[in-house]
Design a protein around this ligand. Structure first.
Ligand SMILES: Nc1ncnc2c1ncn2[C@@H]1O[C@H](COP(=O)(O)OP(=O)(O)O)[C@@H](O)[C@H]1O
Ligand SMILES: [Mg+2]
Length: 365
């Protein structure tokens, strides 16, 4: 079975990426003549990583891609930071080996045959030393170096304490001094990322900096239908029209879910598949929701998903389920956090869950 559109991994080439031409054009413009930082926002599964990777593959500039989820895997430590950096640098081999050659001058960097070693412990090599060198290369070659950090809100756990790293401080130094670098920062927890970067927060090192912003939006209904039709035809599967419409009705233009349903249906077509896959998708969404810090968040989501859209009725439902009074401040804090995580959104006085699969899962909690 040939998969391109329905390949469940983040896409890396334009042939696999549906639409997003405007977004790619905007990013192109950003690296050529934009501000030093582009912040790419959008809820989970909307396609941020895909757009970013396709862009990096096409841009024709040296780039370092860092997936901040590596810190969840390997620990929020300097060790991990230098590990991901050296992996990122190592990928400059080949076309961008001149960048590595330039970095060689730095004490503490060893460019071996198959790996780049950063001796940061012994040599006191810092991230800024590396970035400064990259900037030098950029200025002498006339090509910016792109540094992309995916799910960057996670880097907030790196700061504070001994031996820690304050990413916003590094970023603000680069912003002011290293004009050859372009940063692309993405985040699913939109409000958390904004707070972390703190462009509007006087106590943040990045306060007042002007940045570019790109929000990745849902597919329209029309594009969702078209995406599924094209994906199915690639797999040589022809589901009844009703199946395509049902999927589109369920997932509200979120490409990650369209891909998930399409992929699963292609693997095993059948009349009950949508229902089965829906249950799996809900279980997946539920696992994510269960990571929230307390049951109050779950009850808030459950309240909203079962039709209590206003503050007061959400509070009443939550109190009923936990079986004791909750303070107004607590309710506000919980809703605020859910807003920052981009799990819910607010339209006038009404709250709504951003992802319909999460909503369905929450309703049954
Ligand atoms: N424009 C698109 N065309 C094709 N597939 C997409 C597109 N956007 C997202 N996807 C698919 O949706 C899923 C989630 O995409 P991803 O880029 O990981 O989203 P995010 O980083 O925003 O969470 C992946 O399976 C990816 O292949
Ligand atoms: Mg992603």
């Amino acid at each position: 079975m040939i998969l391109t559109l329905f390949d469940p991994r983040p896409k890396t080439s334009r042939a696999e990426l549906y639409d997003r031409d405007a977004e790619l054009r905007m990013m192109e413009e950003f690296v050529r003549k934009g501000s030093p930082i582009l912040v790419m926002l959008g809820i989970r599964r909307i396609g941020k990583t895909s757009v970013l990777k396709v862009f990096l593959n096409e841009v024709g500039l040296p780039h370092i891609y860092i997936d901040a989820r590596a810190f969840e895997e390997y620990g929020f430590s300097k060790d991990t930071l230098y590990r991901v950096l050296s992996e990122g640098l190592n990928r400059l081999r080949g076309r961008w080996s001149s960048v590595l050659e330039h970095l060689r001058a730095l004490e503490g960097i060893e460019v071996g045959v198959s790996a780049v070693r950063l001796n940061w412990r012994e040599r006191r090599l810092s991230v800024l030393d590396i970035f400064t060198k990259l900037d030098e290369w950029a200025n002498s070659s006339g090509r910016p170096v792109v540094i992309a950090v995916d799910e960057a809100q996670l880097l907030r756990y790196l700061r504070g304490g001994k031996g820690r790293v304050d990413f916003t401080r590094i970023l603000s130094y680069c912003y002011d001094n290293l004009r050859g670098l372009r940063f692309i920062i993405t985040g699913s927890e939109v409000g958390v990322l904004r707070d972390f970067l703190g462009f509007d927060d006087p106590s943040s090192p990045l306060y007042g900096r002007v940045v570019d912003e790109l929000t990745i939006e849902r597919f329209s209904r029309e594009n969702s239908l078209d995406f599924l039709e094209k994906g199915f035809s690639e797999c040589g599967v022809r589901p009844p029209r009703g199946v395509i419409e049902e999927i589109v009705d369920r997932v509200d233009g979120i490409p990650g879910w369209l891909t998930y349903f399409g992929y699963r249906y292609c693997r095993r077509p059948g009349p009950d598949v949508v229902k089965e896959v829906l249950n799996e998708a809900k279980a997946l969404a539920l696992n994510e929701v269960r990571k929230l810090p307390s049951k109050y968040y779950i009850y808030a989501l459950k309240a909203i998903s079962s039709g209590r859209r206003r503050w007061k009725s959400i509070k009443e439902a939550m109190e009923l389920w936990v079986n004791h009074p909750i303070t107004n401040a607590q309710v506000s804090r919980i809703l605020n956090t859910l807003l920052k995580l981009a799990l819910i959104e607010k339209d006038g006085h009404e709250y709504r869950i951003t992802d319909p699969i999460v909503a369905e899962a929450a309703r049954e909690l």
